[in-house]
Write a protein that binds this ligand. Structure first.
Ligand SMILES: [Zn+2]
Length: 94
């Protein structure tokens, strides 16, 4: 039996996805996906590295590079815009 966490890991080994995309593919609430992602970020598994692709402000292009949280930021610190792309996640083989 494949657990949800394993299914997420397998998807992230293939391509970078946001928590929303993962929730759509696995038909699970985004909050549940984020719980799994927190664990995967801490323990990506033997030979793997968790990589976070930062959220980006759609208005001014500001990249949330220093942010380590997995959720979408609510507001851009530079232009105050609220249209922000979700951070995306991937698993890389070491
Ligand atoms: Zn902005």
């Amino acid at each position: 039996m494949v657990t949800t966490r394993q299914a997420i890991k397998e998807l992230l080994l293939e391509e970078a996805l946001s928590s929303l995309e993962l929730s759509q593919r696995l038909s699970l609430p985004e909050k549940e996906i984020l719980d799994h992602l927190e664990h995967i970020a801490r323990a990506p598994g033997e030979g793997c590295r968790f990589h976070l692709i930062p959220a980006v402000c759609k208005h001014c292009g500001f990249s949330f590079k220093k942010r380590e949280r997995l959720t979408i930021p609510s507001r851009c610190p530079r232009c105050r815009g609220e249209s922000i792309s979700r951070p995306r996640f991937e698993l890389l083989k070491k």
